[in-house]
Design a protein around this ligand. Structure first.
Ligand code: ARG
Length: 465
């Protein structure tokens, strides 16, 4: 039995009582942190190679460690590795198995290292890889949104403020608003990645180590962008995880807002879109129902991602320096945030391809809400009226149109001229939805040429995919 296997009885010669079963289960993390195994092996290989390069362990020990870790990798991949609760976490499980396989060489791996700097390194390595996957998924989702926007650049949607009809916008333009949001999300994640990608190893338990470690070499081997510069900070802070969860929360918030719109738009009173059957479910009692479960759930899952962010913030809040076992609680919220965001992004990239747009319903709704009133005011401004007066004049015209139950464009010219004699026949070009859309032809505006320019810019940025 090696030292680590004896851990089930007691930590070391210091302990005279075995750990109770309940405490063992309470303190173990192996059931969830085993997903860090690849990063743990990668970190150990880099550490061992550096120990050998520095003459701290022999070349023969390094070879035995490398061989043992390769076998462990194979065992885990084949599902044949036996994870033991007695060995508490992923780190001790792998180290104990290595010692079974490599004998004393396995016992030398932990020289100049503590689980405190080891776990911080593992989580950073793992998260770095996940960030890269997430950015790829965001880009795939954006490509799907670009396709949808491109197909519907000319489709007119009533744009809302306060959920009231405000001004007509291109449906493509509306979708491009989300593309902008997700671009910032990807950008934010790339920035978080830089701070995630720093090396804690060498900090050991908290104070550094007396062995002549070459930290720079380990950082280079692991392709990290720098060292954590203070050993106490290196083992104790989890701000990189909090930052990631904040960035993930923003991405989920953006998906949640989109979800809310999709749900509304699919409501029969709107009828703006249909979502393909494969993303919807029926009702067990109402045979006519088709429910937009996917966006509803995405909206709901946003709540739990926000919760994880709050959990992590609270986890750190009261901790004295340096490492505390509290930090073991960083993993489940972080893992679930990653899983939830990845699944949601994957499903949304597909769902967007299954959206059927209903231009007639959108246009009808835009016509109901006096969406071109601002255009009439702008028209009067061009005739020389100050904007505030034009605004007032148009309010009277809208009031009259409401009284007659018609759209502004349906008021006869003579009627319109009662509000201002400068109004001429060309006003009807301005009062149409399409005229309003085309008029907003400045960078960032909703005129279709501008929307096409936005789409082209993002396509160039994303490349062919
Ligand atoms: N499982 C632990 C964690 O996730 C590893 C570090 C434990 N360190 C210690 N000194 N008990 O934080």
């Amino acid at each position: 039995m090696n030292q680590l296997d004896k851990k089930s009885q007691a930590w070391s010669a210091l302990f005279s009582q075995p750990m109770s079963e309940l405490v063992k289960r309470y303190t173990a993390s192996v059931t969830f942190d085993q997903r860090l195994w690849k990063a743990d092996i990668e970190g150990s290989l880099a550490h061992a190679a550096m120990l050998a390069a520095q003459g701290i362990i022999s070349k023969a020990d390094l070879a035995a460690i490398e061989k043992g870790l390769a076998q462990i990798r194979t065992e885990i991949e084949a599902g044949k590795f036996e994870w033991k609760l007695d060995l508490e976490d992923v780190h001790l499980n792998i180290e104990a198995r290595l010692t079974q396989l490599a004998g004393d060489a396995g016992k030398r791996l932990h020289t100049g290292r503590s689980r405190n700097d080891q776990v911080a390194t593992d989580v950073r390595l793992w998260l770095r890889g996940e960030i890269d996957l997430i950015v790829g998924l965001i880009e795939a989702f954006q490509r799907a949104l670009l396709d949808l926007a491109e197909r519907n650049t000319e489709v007119i949607l009533p744009g809302f403020t306060h959920l009231q009809v405000a001004q007509p916008v291109s449906f493509g333009h509306h979708m491009m608003a989300y593309v902008e949001m997700f671009s910032r999300d990807a950008e934010r994640l790339a920035e978080v990645r830089r701070r995630v990608n720093r090396l804690p190893l060498g900090a050991a338990a908290l104070a550094g180590t007396s062995y002549p470690l070459d930290r720079e070499l380990v950082a280079r081997t692991l392709q990290m962008e720098g060292l954590c510069q203070n050993s106490i900070d290196a083992v104790s802070d989890r701000d990189f995880a909090i930052e990631f969860c904040a960035a993930a929360t923003l991405a989920m918030l953006h998906i949640s807002r989109m979800s809310e719109e999709l749900v509304l738009w699919m409501n029969q009173s709107f009828g703006f879109i249909d979502i393909a059957d494969r993303f919807c479910t029926g009702s067990s009692i109402m045979p006519q129902k088709k429910n937009p479960d996917v966006p509803e759930l995405a909206r709901g899952k946003t709540g739990r991602v926000v919760g994880h962010l709050m959990g992590l913030v609270t986890l750190i809040k009261g901790q004295p320096l340096a490492y505390n076992k509290d930090n073991q609680e960083d993993k489940e919220p972080l893992f679930d945030t990653v899983d939830t965001l990845k699944d949601t992004l994957r499903i949304f990239a597909e769902l967007v391809g299954g959206i059927e747009v209903k231009p007639e319903a959108m246009e009808k709704a835009a016509l109901k809400g006096y969406a071109t009133a601002t255009d009439l005011a702008d028209y009067l401004v061009k005739k020389g009226l100050p904007f505030r007066d034009a605004h007032e004049t148009v309010a009277h015209a809208v009031k009259a149109a409401i009284a007659h139950q018609v759209d502004l464009s349906e008021l006869p010219l003579a009627e319109l001229q009662k509000f201002n004699p400068a109004i001429e026949k060309d006003v009807y070009g301005v009062l149409s939805l399409r005229g309003s859309l085309n008029a907003r032809n400045l960078p960032g505006g909703t005129a279709p040429p501008q929307v096409r320019a936005q789409i082209a810019r993002h396509r160039a940025r994303l490349g062919p995919g």
